[in-house]
Write a protein that binds this ligand. Structure first.
Ligand SMILES: [Zn+2]
Length: 350
């Protein structure tokens, strides 16, 4: 793991930055970027590309500043992808997942080596959730998986890390759109709207509860949904679902486009952590299964991480297509390698 107490870019002058580039110092990646005036490209210090003349290079605090100044990210070193911030967020996610009781923001920020207020913003920017909401969603998923394994509702609630049943029911209703009892009974009492819509990569099933999307898959229809949610009420989608489906199709056509769609997914805490790590991969970039396992703090669980990637129920939206084998080959994809290849090409990666 990178030293998270490394100096901030503000503490570095141009000569120190230039020296870091000359050394290709990996430890400085994420602390600042170097932009080349003659090519309009910015790089991280460890970039393997040939160095420009000193007078053609300027140093900026990060990728955002470089983009604002009109530079483009280097395709070779992908300076947007790794950085101190992202590593700190991954470390915090693992810390939250491993904690018996929900850690305070102060504890989480201290673990990551940041000031609490700053870290709160950073975590939200990287994951779309506050640290507290992330912890709640993990507990909710643990509760679901305990219930799926058939434990009594009360035991499941305590094992998921809740202090009292009433909190668990409130959380479950807010986050899952289902009470624990309903989930235990195959989704009885839950209404799922669905539609099969066309896309340039073939027919796609889009299904959602009142809380958010619960299934996006290619080449599936109502019968597949019925197997997944045997006791739920399945209804043809209404106008709201049509709106969601249209956004899903737009995402398939342009998987690099920013999305903010509501999710209502079920999975174990481990699966949930893997899916969060997948969503943290920027469009146009890829990771190996090993990198995903390391990102969630379980470097030994490469195979399990690969399985969890494949088990995610929201194709494209949870971008498991951005994970390749460590040798750079495509690896697998639940909906066929041609689709994986097409999605990667559309977002300019792969
Ligand atoms: Zn570069």
């Amino acid at each position: 793991m990178t030293d998270l107490s490394a100096p901030t870019p503000m503490a570095m002058d141009d000569d120190a930055c230039w020296d870091a580039f000359q050394r290709r110092d990996r430890g400085m990646d994420g602390l600042f970027v170097g932009a080349v005036l003659t090519t309009g490209i910015y790089c991280k210090p460890s970039c393997a590309a040939r160095r420009p003349l000193r007078e053609n290079m300027i140093f900026l605090p990060g990728p955002e500043a470089a983009r604002e100044a009109g530079f483009r990210a280097c395709l070779r070193c992908r300076p947007d992808g790794v950085g101190r911030d992202r590593l700190a967020v991954e470390a915090a996610k693992a810390f939250i997942a491993a904690a018996e009781t929900p850690p305070s923001l102060e504890d989480i920020a201290a673990h990551a080596g940041y000031a609490p207020h700053h870290f709160h913003r950073l975590f939200k920017r990287e994951t779309g959730l506050t640290p507290a909401a992330y912890g709640r969603s993990l507990r909710t998923q643990r509760l679901k998986s305990a219930l799926e394994e058939g434990e009594s509702v009360t035991n499941a609630i305590y094992e998921a890390g809740y202090n009292a049943p009433s909190r668990a029911y409130a959380d479950a209703q807010r986050h899952l759109g289902m009470s624990p009892s309903a989930w235990k009974d195959g989704g009885r009492g839950v209404t799922i709207g669905y539609a099969v819509v066309g896309s340039s990569l073939g027919p796609v099933l889009v299904a959602a509860t009142a809380k958010g999307l619960c299934r996006i898959s290619f080449d599936e229809d109502e019968s597949a949904l019925r197997r997944r949610f045997p006791k739920a009420e399945l209804v043809p989608g209404d106008a709201a679902l049509a709106g969601l489906a249209a956004q899903v199709v737009r995402l398939i056509e342009d998987p690099a486009a920013p999305v903010d769609l509501p999710l209502d997914i079920c999975g174990t805490a481990f699966q949930q952590a893997v899916w969060a790590a997948l969503r943290a991969i920027p469009a146009g970039e890829t990771r190996s299964y090993g990198e995903i396992a390391a990102a969630i703090g379980r470097p030994g669980a490469v195979r399990a991480a690969g399985t969890a990637c494949g088990d995610n129920g929201l194709a494209v939206l949870i971008p498991c297509h951005r994970v390749l084998r460590s040798d750079g080959s495509l690896g697998g994809y639940a909906y066929g390698l041609e689709r994986k290849k097409a999605l990667l090409e559309r977002e300019g990666g792969g």
